[in-house]
Design a protein around this ligand. Structure first.
Ligand SMILES: Cc1ncc(COP(=O)(O)OP(=O)(O)O)c(N)n1
Ligand SMILES: Cc1ncsc1CCOP(=O)(O)O
Ligand SMILES: [Mg+2]
Length: 220
């Protein structure tokens, strides 16, 4: 299977509390996608499956015409049910080879990693063949994910980005990224940044996206 090309430069992860529920999530996704977000992930750790399905259907309707991929956090069944573009899993979720087998070759599979040993192991040929990108973090302290791992040191994250680059796997940084902290991550070797609170719940979502993009892609 050849790796899917995915632009992870500004990767929005949705949060129901910060967005004010399902309608707020769909509206946040729409605004962000119209103003430069390159990927949107549905993440709602406390939701029942029926809410996931309803929200995923609405997100797909909004995002597909904008050509922004919809990624489902953790739940392969929801992704299959709405024909989403892919699934993101972490170390306690279904193994990526299982996710790939369930989704087939044409979908995007993303994987989280939070230490260098982990990256080396995860980028073994078998696993690397199943994934399209890696989420590296938390790179800064975050209050959004209650069970987040310890924050990575600058050197460790830079080594992780380098390891991903050497294997041709795009790496997106995640965790506590705000305006002013995206540029150093790009300089350290990330291919993009994934954010929740820097966009969700912001009073001006288009402006938040534009400001982040200026840091991520300063030449444009
Ligand atoms: C882009 C991206 N990177 C990392 C994560 C975290 O995934 P995981 O460790 O599985 O934790 P939960 O999000 O499932 O709580 C992510 N969601 N997205
Ligand atoms: C889902 C996730 N995975 C690692 S940190 C994190 C939360 C990121 O949220 P924020 O951008 O608000 O810190
Ligand atoms: Mg997970």
């Amino acid at each position: 299977m050849s790796r899917h090309v995915i632009d992870v430069s500004l990767y929005l992860v949705l949060d129901p509390d910060l967005c004010g529920g399902l309608d707020g999530m769909v509206e946040t996704a729409r605004l962000a996608a119209q103003h430069g977000a390159t990927v949107v992930q549905l993440r709602a750790p406390n939701w029942k499956k029926r809410q996931w399905l309803t929200c995923a259907q609405q997100l797909k309707t909004v995002l597909a015409p904008l050509n922004v991929p919809l990624i489902i956090n953790d739940h392969v069944d929801v992704a299959l049910a709405v024909d989403a573009d892919g699934v993101h899993v972490g170390q306690s979720d279904l193994p990526v080879q299982v996710v790939r087998a369930l989704l087939g070759p044409n979908k995007i599979v993303g994987l989280s990693t939070n230490n260098l040993g982990n990256v080396t192991e995860l980028l073994s040929p078998e696993i690397a063949a199943s994934i399209d990108y890696i989420g590296v973090g938390p790179v800064y302290p975050t209050t959004t994910k209650k069970d987040a791992s310890p924050v990575l040191s600058h050197d460790e994250m830079a080594a992780m980005f380098a390891s991903c680059t050497a294997r041709g796997v795009p790496a997106v940084a995640i965790g506590g990224i705000k305006l002013g902290t995206a540029a150093p991550l790009m300089a350290a070797g990330a291919n993009g940044v994934a954010v929740i609170s820097a966009i969700c719940g912001q009073s001006d979502v288009p402006q938040a996206c534009r400001d982040l993009l200026r840091e991520i892609k300063p030449a444009q």
